[in-house]
Design a protein around this ligand. Sequence first.
Ligand code: 5GP
Length: 334
Amino acid sequence: MLNLDYVKLGFKDVLIVPRPSNIKSRSEVSVLRKFTFDNGFVWEGVPIVASNMTTVGTFEMAEALAKFKMLTCIHKHYPIFAWNQWINSINSNIDIINHVAVTSGINENDLDRLDTIMAIADFPFICLDVANGYMTRFIDIIKKIREKYSRKIIIAGNVVEFQGAYKLSEAGVDIIKIGIGSGSVCTTRKMTGIGYPQISAIDECGKVTLTGNRYIMSDGGCVVPGDISKAYVAGADFVMLGGMLAAHDECNTTEFYGMSSEKAIQDFSEKSDYRVPEGKLVNLSARGPVSKTLNDILGGIRSTGSYIGCDTIERYSDASLIHVAEQTNDVYGS
Ligand code: 5GP
């Protein structure tokens, strides 16, 4: 069956249209946003999120991002003793804890581990991470976790179109994670043919946010600060970053690899004849402290606001994206 109603668009296919603006300086643009969830919990912060990849979602990244009021989905491969040590080392600092999502898989061991970590401190967010958010078993498990952790905010995915997003919303997910195949070290589209261009995925999944206190998190595909702004204009409430945060001091490595790459499978999964890698490993140059990159990102996002007359990122979705045939002038390199 062909579904070719209209072409779906990714970051490289669109640009944001400027609008009349009373903003005199980008410092007038606030990147903070307040979110109210179904259970009454209110979280205020900058809706940029470090991915739960082992090379990005580290404790050190969480400490650095918390200073910018950004979230970190801490990866699921830290042993319990490391969590205890870390919480002691930060003296249970609530400003950091409030910017942490605990990531979990969905098998029995993962869920036991989640219970143990959630007892260590009052982490507000749980991130349930599977490559394919369309699995029926995933929905069943989300419902159980929703019941058990009624006070917590659940981030879960990934899906890429409305039906998938709606099912997660119905199961009680607060923040629906969007993106399949868009990641910088992902090879899912090559290996399986599955995927959905990210801007269209955000646009279509965004319709679930009309049904109440539901939010969407664009995950994967951002390579420059302008892509993050494009995601907000398309309707993303949060934007998750992998590659843009990789290879900084806080990652403790300059290797950056997909969580379904051969390296990750070797390190973290049981061997199986049926499983083939859907991710790759790249070696990057060291990029120093992440704070410099975060300031560049925030500078770009604030500047977007000054071009579209929005003094808060919550209003960026009032602006429009156009479908373009060219992006940048790369005559002297990109
Ligand atoms: P990036 O910001 O680097 O473009 O994308 C990061 C996202 O890629 C992650 O948050 C995750 O959703 C996705 N990802 C990470 N590792 C893999 C992988 O091995 N395979 C696939 N298909 N996606 C991955």
